[in-house]
Ligand binder design. Structure first.
Ligand SMILES: Nc1ncnc2c1ncn2[C@@H]1O[C@H](COP(=O)(O)OP(=O)(O)OP(=O)(O)O)[C@@H](O)[C@H]1O
Ligand SMILES: O=C(O)c1ccc[n+]([C@@H]2O[C@H](COP(=O)([O-])O)[C@@H](O)[C@H]2O)c1
Length: 206
């Protein structure tokens, strides 16, 4: 069966007012789950965000696409799951012609001046972050909030990113003003955790 095409409204950046604090939460969402929603809720609350862009990637450059569901399907499931009006489901990376986060962030910074963006990711991402294209430039573009995940709580002690940018660490108590900081600046946020993963859901066939 052929999958639906992606509606045009998902292919451009969401509307945002100047001065807002916006979280950028990129993911495969293959499929989206309550663990993603928990990350989004924690980020909205602890970082004091006005919006969170739930960016459904056309494909993680480090992952095989063999098991990747069509973009339109991952968008539809994300819309069903994330009901908070501050969460904006988007797939504008598809229209940029590059799946690389460094490219996306450079584009966002160029085209949305006057907005305070924060890159958001789960703690497991720290393990491979130094393999992302131009990873240092990502850290130098926007502040980063790392949200705890079972099995990765201590990743910030050993990851190449956190060791390289140790001087730019912001205390978790100051997470609410991370949006005001100039990159590089990153924080690690502890809190309620979810052990859910897309892999386990795919294995369970749900
Ligand atoms: N349970 C979770 N707790 C914290 N962060 C999570 C959790 N699940 C996913 N994330 C984060 O959400 C983002 C998107 O993750 P992704 O869509 O790859 O989900 P996943 O469950 O890790 O998928 P997979 O099992 O297929 O690798 C990443 O930054 C990831 O670290
Ligand atoms: O830019 C890269 O090299 C890169 C490598 C791996 C992952 N990413 C991004 O990281 C985000 C999380 O991906 P995933 O598959 O772990 O959900 C998503 O936005 C990806 O595009 C980006």
């Amino acid at each position: 069966m052929e999958s639906a095409s992606v509606a045009p409204r998902y292919l451009s950046m969401p509307h945002v007012e100047r001065g807002m604090a916006v979280g950028l939460f990129g993911g495969s969402f293959n499929p989206p789950h309550e663990g993603h929603l928990l990350v989004a809720e924690i980020a909205l609350r602890r970082l004091g965000l006005d919006q969170l862009w739930w960016m459904v990637t056309p494909g993680n450059p480090l992952k095989s696409r063999t098991e990747l569901a069509p973009l339109a399907d991952r968008i539809t499931l994300s819309e069903k799951l994330a009901q908070d009006p501050r969460i904006k489901i988007t797939a504008f990376e598809q229209a940029l012609g590059s799946p690389y986060t460094a490219h996306t962030l450079a584009h966002v910074r160029r085209h949305r001046p006057g907005i305070h963006f924060i890159w958001i990711m789960g703690a497991d991402s720290l393990r491979t972050f130094h393999r992302w294209q131009k990873w240092r430039s990502i850290v130098q573009t926007f502040p980063i909030a790392v949200i705890d995940r079972p099995g990765s709580t201590l990743s910030f002690l050993s990851s190449r990113m956190t060791r390289t940018f140790d001087y730019a660490r912001v205390d978790e108590d100051d997470a609410g003003i991370l949006w005001r900081k100039t990159a590089p600046a990153w924080t690690f946020i502890h809190g309620p955790r979810s052990g859910l993963s897309s892999t386990s859901l795919r294995l369970a066939g749900t």
